[in-house]
Design a protein around this ligand. Structure first.
Ligand SMILES: [Zn+2]
Length: 316
């Protein structure tokens, strides 16, 4: 069985909405409770990240944005830029700690202390751009992780697989002109769903042309359509890119019971996606995966799919 690190910090619960909101601390409480109840937590290697400086964050984010985020929290603002992206006084530090969790997971895998890592972090990250937070996201954990691996561990080519039901527009924008990070996103068709990007023709620019790949899925699509897309789009992309490390933006809001969207994946669908990622990592990356929690807002499917995903990460 593979040694899978489980990254979590109790302070993740401090970033809490000042009003009713789906992205709440209860998500992580439910995941932890569930993993403990089914006996999975004790089979994982726990990692609690430390608060980072902002140096590694600045490889992705604009320093003025970090100051603005910090000041907004200090001032007691309850929104950042848009009304879906709430703040409380802890949010700046907890966003740093969320990114630090992703980095700690990546570090454990890069150094061989773990074979793979699942990072139960929040706030999520994939909508955050270089200079803006949006869609519940403050700092782009996946992008920061990719840059950390490149800067600190000599990894040259990283592939990010984003299966959150929403398009990872922030991650896409950050690597739009960068051929060293391949961004693959499968999501509900942006004609019907936030944030409205992620069309097939969005493929990158300049040197980065061809290392962005979007698979918008029609509302109602499910396990079979996702399977075909992974086999027909993701597999050949990985074969030609040949990544050295896989980062997964693992949202579970494409589950059929999640209220956010109209994709109909089941737990078995998430098992397939997870197994597929493991096989890609085995083929190209020496098995190395760091998986980061993004969305997932219906407690039962969120916890069940997290369990399924981690169990697949534990397999050879
Ligand atoms: Zn989402």
């Amino acid at each position: 069985m593979k040694n899978v690190a489980y990254v979590y910090h109790p302070d993740y619960l401090l970033h809490a909405p000042p009003f009713e909101h789906p992205e709440s601390p209860g998500r992580l409480i439910a995941i932890n409770d569930h993993l403990q109840r089914v006996g999975l937590l004790e089979t994982l290697s726990p990692i609690a990240p430390e608060y980072p400086g902002d140096g590694v964050i600045l490889r992705v984010h604009d320093p003025e944005y970090l100051r603005r985020l910090e000041m907004s929290c200090r001032r007691g603002d309850i929104f950042l830029d848009t009304e879906d992206t709430y703040l409380n006084k802890h949010s700046y530090l907890i966003a740093l700690l969320s990114a630090a969790g992703a980095i700690a997971g990546a570090e454990a895998v890069a150094t061989g202390n773990a074979d793979r890592a699942f990072c139960a972090v929040r706030p999520p990250g994939h909508h955050a751009g270089r200079s803006e937070g949006m869609g519940f996201c403050l700092l782009n954990n996946a992008a920061i992780t990719a840059r950390f691996l490149q800067a600190n561990h000599g990894v040259s080519k990283v592939m990010i697989i984003d299966w959150d039901v929403h398009h990872g527009n922030g991650t896409q924008a950050i690597f739009w002109e960068d051929p060293s990070v391949f961004f693959f996103s499968i999501h509900e068709n942006p004609a019907f769903l936030y944030p409205g990007t992620g069309r097939r023709w969005e493929t990158g620019k300049g040197e980065g042309e061809g290392t962005t790949l979007n698979a918008p899925m029609a509302p109602g699509a499910g396990d079979e359509e996702y399977r075909q897309t992974f086999e027909q789009m993701l597999a050949p992309a990985a074969e030609s890119f040949r990544p050295e490390f896989l980062v997964i933006s693992s949202g579970f809001d494409a589950h059929r019971d999640d209220p956010m969207a109209d994709i109909q994946l089941t737990g078995e669908g998430f098992r397939f996606l997870s197994r597929f990622a493991v096989e890609l990592a085995n083929r190209y990356c020496g098995g190395k995966i760091v998986s980061l929690l993004e969305g997932g807002y219906e407690t039962e499917s969120l916890t069940h799919c997290t369990e399924i995903h981690i169990r697949e990460l534990q397999k050879d």
